[in-house]
Design a protein around this ligand. Structure first.
Ligand code: ADP
Ligand code: MG
Length: 290
């Protein structure tokens, strides 16, 4: 079982689009997948066709009242489940002040849910808000992996240091198992010089910070680039994933490819021993940032 936080403190970089469509692609591969929408804006919830507040309890009840995840999650497609968000989640930060261990509430309830479920999940994907808040911290404590969506523009790397610093602090203090699996380039304009430059900058950036003990030691830039595709921008308003809305679009092609890449190449460092070791494909090293 893999638990992945989709994280970048910047807004508009493709976190929600990636969480939802990657989850849908994994579900289509037969993987039981759970999405946790930790953003009070509830975009992932809407994207998967639920109305925040009208579809029963949300992660707000989970975090502030300890409601079990099994009571909150809804099935939205074969193999695809979501714990929705609600605008009330924005208040959780304040409500949880004074709660001891407030950053591990989600981790504990997720552990309990995974024990209680008759069938476990293959993937848990967490859509984080665009901030380094208590909600994000809960995701980072419940996760084993981080995927960072990045938009390939000239300020793309700006803010990455801060993000990696935060992840490192989390690994030192509360979740030593956390690893950065990789960076996925979203809203990618194929064929532009800038796209290529950002990929090179990124490689150099990680190389300069390479350190076997760092949580990003195994990080790579995913070979799959998510190209800019209008269908991806349209499908949320229909409450559908790209595979329901436009299954033959480039967007669907890219997210299916990302899911296959993620499936095939988990970093060894997060191997939990409950599934067979990954078969590294021949070009695995080529796609590494190192
Ligand atoms: P975040 O969750 O990081 O704030 P979103 O996933 O909501 O980012 O994406 C920001 C906006 O860009 C949304 O309107 C979304 O529909 C759109 N978008 C995301 N990825 C793509 C893409 N590959 N092509 C076109 N539009 C995209
Ligand atoms: Mg979002």
């Amino acid at each position: 079982m893999r638990r992945i936080a989709v994280l970048n403190q910047k807004g508009g970089v493709g976190k929600t689009t990636t969480t939802v469509n990657l989850a849908a692609a994994l579900a289509a591969l037969g993987k039981r997948t759970l999405v946790l929408d930790l953003d009070p804006q509830a975009h992932a919830t809407l994207h998967l066709g639920l109305l925040p507040g009208r579809s029963g309890p949300s992660l707000y009840e989970v975090l502030t009242q300890g409601m079990p995840i099994e009571q909150v999650r809804r099935q939205v497609a074969p193999n695809l489940f979501i714990c929705g968000s609600h605008i009330d989640l924005a208040a959780a930060e304040v409500e949880l002040i004074g709660t001891v261990g407030r950053e591990v509430i989600l981790r504990d309830l997720l552990d309990a849910a995974l024990d209680a479920e008759a069938e476990s999940f293959d993937y848990v994907l967490m859509d984080c808000p665009p901030s380094l808040s208590i909600l994000t911290l809960n995701a980072l404590c419940a996760a084993r992996e981080v995927i960072i969506p990045l938009q390939a523009h000239f300020l793309a790397l700006h803010g990455l240091s801060k993000l990696l610093e935060t992840i490192q602090l989390v690994t030192k203090r509360v979740n030593r198992d956390l690893r950065v699996t990789g960076v996925v380039l979203c809203l990618f304009d194929a064929g532009t010089r800038l796209g290529g430059e950002v990929v090179e900058d990124l490689a150099r950036y990680f190389d300069g910070k390479r350190n076997p003990a760092a949580p990003w030691a195994e990080a790579r830039v995913f070979r799959t680039r998510i190209r800019r595709n209008i269908r991806l921008a349209e499908c949320p308003s229909f409450g559908q994933s790209i595979f329901q809305y436009a299954p033959s679009s480039r967007g669907a092609e890219d997210y299916a490819s990302l899911a296959a890449e993620l499936e095939g190449r988990a970093p060894a460092a997060i191997w939990l021993g409950d599934e067979p070791a990954p078969v590294a494909s021949e070009d695995a090293s080529a796609s590494r940032v190192a």
